[in-house]
Design a protein around this ligand. Structure first.
Ligand code: AMP
Ligand code: ZN
Length: 701
């Protein structure tokens, strides 16, 4: 634990930083930091204040409830009829379970709960009298909000008059609450336009929604194509409705837009499954969601559970795992890659990001470090790019103590000590020593990796030792390894009793079985394992589909190689250059001699009826998984891509499609139903009836 002094200083800095960002966020609708990074700093402050309660100040951001009201609001203030609550958060499944436990013990049994996607927008309250819209307000601090009636009237899906004859239309007084949001594609368009015309670019759809809503000029709001989902009422009864599920139904009947696909769950398993599915669908939906709201369905039970000062006890917001956190950069190490490139790697205090703990991330090169402005010792924001690869986003200079220092790249290779130079006009440093052990280790490591020859049981450390002891120099040496040699490999560490740690017989036997099995891995995997520049998994698959064997590829001209889907002239030249190199030809000959199969298993090209045809799959399929569909298409020689572009031949649309579908429609790309996909797979040809839908209605929603 920190001395009180440094803690006090850190608390002061965090407080200032959080105040600054809260103002940018709430008042100016222009955050410079993600919610997640903000939450991460807030948690750190909360933890510090918990540890040093004597340092908690009345003005600490941890002490504030709700949003600050704009200093000079253009809108009249209104007081809400009953408090507009926030929701308590469950940051992971454990916390969700804790909440379920609490509900269960309070009520004696777990009641049915309604699960709804949590829309990432801006809350509003709508008041109707005899079915006519009278007033609309923002949440504000929960007690008082702003009167935005004129703005809300411009939102197309907000009924100004409820559907005649519907239950809700007959009530003399009705207040409903929900979320205003900006559909993702509207958000993209809005920002693209702003960029073109030098206007205000929004950080995310939610801020764009909040900003668009609170416009003095109603015409601006009207131009923004905002939309709503209505899902709540003030606390208390709403006779004759008895539960949330019926309420949602009544809302829909009255003409409100309601959150799609709500589900009444009776067990924990069903609730968990809903959360998992929502997370999986997240990026395919046309609107942003940041979690799932679980609500006790029965209104009477809701009131029985009651409210805390800030939130109902009968509901919880399960938040998707945060993809961004803050942490401290402890150092920068330098790695030597497969091709000799020196890469600086950030080493930071371990943090849980998007479900797994990370402690290092590549910083790519010196220029990147400079651009990001990170110093060793800085508080940094880290995230998982594409949900997998850790990345350092930026540093928070306001939180510096003066003890930070800059990093400089070494002038020699950290592995072999040979001098390294930065080539003219290049951002990277490269070790040109072909015998550099680090490069060897990386190439050998790449070969055993999952997407390549997939040899389990040989870790980075073992491979480094195999290189150091000279047992393995290149990938063909794996196939000449003797079990006894591997078993006796000294791992360079000592056991507790001081004797050297060996690889051991059991592990050696297992590893050799894996090496044996790797001889017949799919050819595309082995090709990928060679580590040819620019040849990733997809390109390797395309090459194998066209050429069928390494030999045929090695004998092909650059032009012939460029006939492969997705392979352009530059990549074709790289592939050609790889096979031209005498050492590589010799390596391939050694592999073949060792029994590695370098021909594709089934070169039945008569089945390849879809060569050159590119598919994109979206939504969920009912008769097969997307992976199965993708494999089946590839078996016919087709390409399967994850993004819709003008090169896409067909988009296969399952259920609950999202932005990919919309993009396909806008680009005029033909869309296949699941049934048409099945026909395609059975006959090897796309049905002739399929053609582009010029301006069809999207089936989602
Ligand atoms: P937070 O703003 O993170 O405290 O989350 C609480 C807010 O989530 C509520 O005030 C609502 O504005 C919003 N929200 C979004 N979707 C839902 C939903 N389906 N049910 C209830 N609240 C929701
Ligand atoms: Zn080197």
């Amino acid at each position: 634990m920190m001395e009180n002094g440094p803690a006090q200083e850190r608390i002061r800095q965090l407080r200032d930083e959080l105040h600054h960002h809260a103002r940018l966020y709430y008042v100016l609708d222009a955050p410079e930091m993600s919610d997640e990074a903000y939450d991460s700093l807030m948690r750190e402050l909360q933890d510090l204040e918990d540890a040093y309660p004597e340092l908690v100040m009345a003005d600490s951001p941890t002490q504030r409830v709700g949003a600050p009201i704009a200093e000079q609001s253009a809108f009249a203030q209104i007081t809400h009829s009953t408090r507009m609550y926030s929701l308590d958060n469950a940051m992971d499944i454990d916390e969700l379970n804790t909440w379920l436990d609490r509900v269960e013990s309070a009520l004696g049994t777990l009641p049915p709960c309604l699960c709804e996607r949590k829309i990432d927008g801006s809350s509003i309250a709508l008041t109707y009298e005899h079915g006519v819209l009278m007033q609309a307000a923002t949440r504000g601090d929960g007690i008082r909000g702003e009167d935005i009636t004129a703005n809300v009237r411009t939102i197309a899906d907000v009924p100004t008059k409820l559907v005649a004859g519907s239950l809700l239309s007959t009530l003399p007084h009705l207040e409903v609450r929900g979320e205003v949001y900006l559909p993702k594609d509207e958000f993209e368009q809005l920002n693209a336009e702003a960029e073109r015309e030098g206007g205000k670019v929004f950080a995310n759809p939610r801020n764009a929604a909040a900003g668009s809503l609170r416009q003095k000029d109603v015409a601006v709001t009207a131009s923004r194509k905002l939309a709503t989902f209505i899902y709540a009422k003030p606390s208390g009864p709403l006779a004759p409705l008895m539960n949330q599920h019926d309420f949602v139904e009544a809302l829909r009947e009255a003409g409100f837009a309601t959150v799609p696909d709500v589900q009444l769950c009776r067990t924990r398993d069903e609730i968990h499954a809903f959360c998992t599915e929502a997370l999986a669908q997240r990026f395919d939906l046309p609107y942003e969601i940041d979690g799932v709201v679980v609500k006790v369905n029965d209104f009477a039970l809701q009131e029985e559970l009651g409210y805390t000062a800030k939130a109902p006890r009968w509901a919880i917001a399960y938040k998707f795992p945060a993809e961004e956190k803050t942490t401290i950069l402890r150092g920068i190490t330098v790695q030597v890659g497969r091709t000799g490139v020196l890469t600086p790697v950030a080493e930071f205090d371990p943090v849980l990001v998007a479900g797994s703990t990370i402690s290092r991330a590549t910083l790519h090169n010196e220029d990147e470090i400079e651009r990001k402005g990170v110093l060793i010792g800085d508080t940094i924001i880290v995230r998982k790019a594409g949900d997998i690869i850790p990345e350092v986003l930026s540093a928070l200079p306001e939180l510096r103590t003066g003890d930070e220092h800059a990093f400089t790249m070494p002038t020699t290779c950290p592995s072999c000590g040979v001098a390294v130079e930065r080539a003219e006009g290049e951002a990277i440093l490269r070790c040109e020593n072909a015998a550099c052990p680090a490069q060897r280790t990386e190439r050998l490591q790449h070969w055993v990796s999952r997407g390549a020859a997939d040899i389990e049981g040989l870790g980075r450390e073992t491979i480094a030792r195999l290189v150091e002891t000279g047992l393995v120099c290149d990938i063909s040496d794996y196939y000449a390894l003797a079990e006894a040699d591997l078993a006796a490999l000294d791992l360079g560490r000592e056991k507790a009793d001081g004797t050297p740690r060996m690889f051991g017989e059991t592990r050696a036997a297992k590893a050799l079985a894996q090496i044996e099995a790797s001889k017949t891995r799919p050819l595309a995997r082995l090709l990928f394992g060679f580590g040819i520049r620019q040849v990733g998994t997809t390109t390797a698959e395309a090459l194998v589909a066209l050429f069928g064997s390494i030999e045929a590829m090695a004998d092909a001209t650059p032009d012939e190689l460029a006939a492969t889907p997705r392979v352009g002239d530059v990549v074709a030249r790289d592939i050609h250059a790889f096979f031209e190199l005498e050492q590589n030809r010799a390596l391939i000959a050694r592999l073949r001699e060792a029994g590695v199969v370098l021909e594709a298993a089934e070169v039945d090209t008569s089945r390849h009826t879809l060569v050159g045809v590119t598919f994109v799959l979206t939504g969920s399929l009912t008769t097969m998984t997307r992976t199965q569909a993708s494999d089946a298409l590839k078996a016919l020689g087709a390409m399967v891509s994850s993004n819709v572009s003008k090169n896409t031949s067909y988009v296969v649309a399952g259920e609950a499609t999202g932005t990919k579908y919309d993009k396909a429609v806008s680009l005029g790309i033909p869309i296949l139903t699941e049934a048409e996909l099945v026909t395609t797979l059975e006959t090897g040809a796309v049905p002739t009836t399929v053609s582009a839908v010029a301006d069809a209605e999207s089936p989602h929603g």
